[in-house]
Design a protein around this ligand. Structure first.
Ligand code: UDP
Length: 390
């Protein structure tokens, strides 16, 4: 009778979580078998070159940012960086606005030059005093008041989540900064940069420079589980799928991407809009908060990757309902969804020799740096438990 192959750690998912844990454990001598049902590395952070030679983010823009030196130091072992403050616009009422809301947006709104003091006074007059904002509506109303909330947040959020902002955690809209200075950056973290050759190249380096990682792409979790004998399982997929939807599927929001590519010749006519040759729009990302526009944003990732190429690709992003089998892009950050997840979390805690880690396995709306930090911590825990390989 054929004996099953043996591995130390069977790791389900080759995204940030799975690969960071594999790299850490394999570096301590453990044999790690990483599988992913998709045919590529990197999970949703996977990037690749499209038919016109443009480096794209096929699962939506992944803007790496962090304040964690530990995360920067760790990932910098596998990549150099293309530093780039991400700047975007919002398009509504037939024009582009500086976004996130800052002094420039305020000047565009009132139609004449202003000062931080004048904007602060305006905010003080217009904001709705709410001491502890409990949801995404309150968190924005309490900072900027109803007019700017309705202009930039209400419609966008309704489209994106198919839920009213008051039915979403404060952290959802609360992650968008609001400033009284002229800082136009979308995000506030100190370090804002993309891996200079892309995420996929970074993940390839992680694997290639670490003996002891055995990678199998295009393989289903159930098949892997029956194929290997293992000491410990690390599961980074959607927790409800691990338990065969025992308590029913958790709610997720999905996305549909519509790419459109342009050659250098086609782009000449866009130069009055894009402001420079080789680009289609004048910002990395243009948000479309209006309810009657079916997509939420148009992303031209070439602005951020720094790739030198004459062509470009833009992607329109359409929020979509999710049903089992679809890509679960976003866990829903809301109390009812979290309560549903909690039942799975309790079940997961009883599963022997199994770790659940990452965005989908812990059902959290996490950024890549948070996922990396979580994976480093999980690897430390596993190394404390199992030690280095004898
Ligand atoms: N949001 C909004 N208007 C915008 C941009 C964002 O209302 O122009 C809200 C929306 O609810 C969104 C959340 O803020 O889901 C977080 O935005 P972010 O761009 O960080 O979302 P992600 O890139 O993770 O989809």
């Amino acid at each position: 009778m054929a004996t099953q192959p043996t591995t130390d750690f069977l790791i389900i998912g080759a995204g940030f979580s799975g690969l960071v844990i594999a790299e850490r454990l394999a570096s301590s001598g453990w044999k790690c078998t990483v599988i992913d049902q998709r045919p590529h590395l990197g999970g949703n952070a996977y990037d690749c070159t499209d038919a016109v030679g443009v480096l794209i983010h096929p699962y939506g823009p992944h803007y790496f940012r962090t304040n964690s030196q530990r995360v920067i130091d760790y990932l910098s072992r596998f990549t150099a960086w293309h530093e780039m403050p991400y700047t975007i616009k919002s398009h509504t009422r037939g024009r582009d606005w500086s976004f996130p809301i800052n002094l420039n947006t305020f000047e565009e709104y009132i139609g004449h030059p202003s000062t931080p003091e004048e904007f602060s006074a305006w905010l003080e007059k217009n904001r709705i005093p709410i001491e502890n904002p409990k949801n995404s509506e309150e968190v924005i109303l309490s900072q900027v008041g109803r007019e700017l909330y309705e202009l930039f947040f209400e419609g966008y959020t309704l489209k994106q989540w198919k839920r009213h902002p008051r039915d979403l955690d404060a952290s959802v809209c609360g992650r968008i900064p609001i400033r009284t200075n002229r800082d136009n950056r979308y995000l506030s973290e100190n370090f804002q940069a993309l891996p200079n050759k892309g995420y996929t190249a970074m993940f390839e380096k992680m694997i290639d420079s670490t003996p002891g990682i055995d990678l199998h792409l295009g393989m289903d979790f159930k098949e892997a589980k029956s194929r290997w004998n293992y000491r410990h399982l690390v599961f980074t997929g959607a927790i409800d799928t691990y338990f065969d939807y025992h308590f029913g599927p958790l709610p997720y929001r999905s996305l549909r991407f519509e790419p459109e590519s342009f050659t250098a010749t086609q782009l000449v006519a866009r130069e009055p809009i894009s402001g420079k040759p080789g680009f289609w729009q004048n910002a990395l990302q243009v948000n479309h908060p209006d309810a009657n526009t079916p997509f939420t944003r148009i992303v031209e990732i070439k602005h951020a990757t720094g790739q030198i190429t004459p062509n470009t690709t833009i992607v329109r992003e359409y929020p979509a309902d999710w049903s089992p089998g679809d890509e679960p892009f976003y866990p829903i950050p809301a109390p009812d969804a979290r309560a549903a997840y909690q039942k799975y979390a309790e079940l997961a805690a009883t599963e022997p020799n199994t770790s659940f880690t990452g965005r989908l396995a812990t059902y959290r709306y996490y950024n890549m740096d948070q996922v990396t930090a979580m994976a480093l911590t999980e690897a430390d825990k596993l190394l404390a438990r199992y030690g280095t390989h004898p």
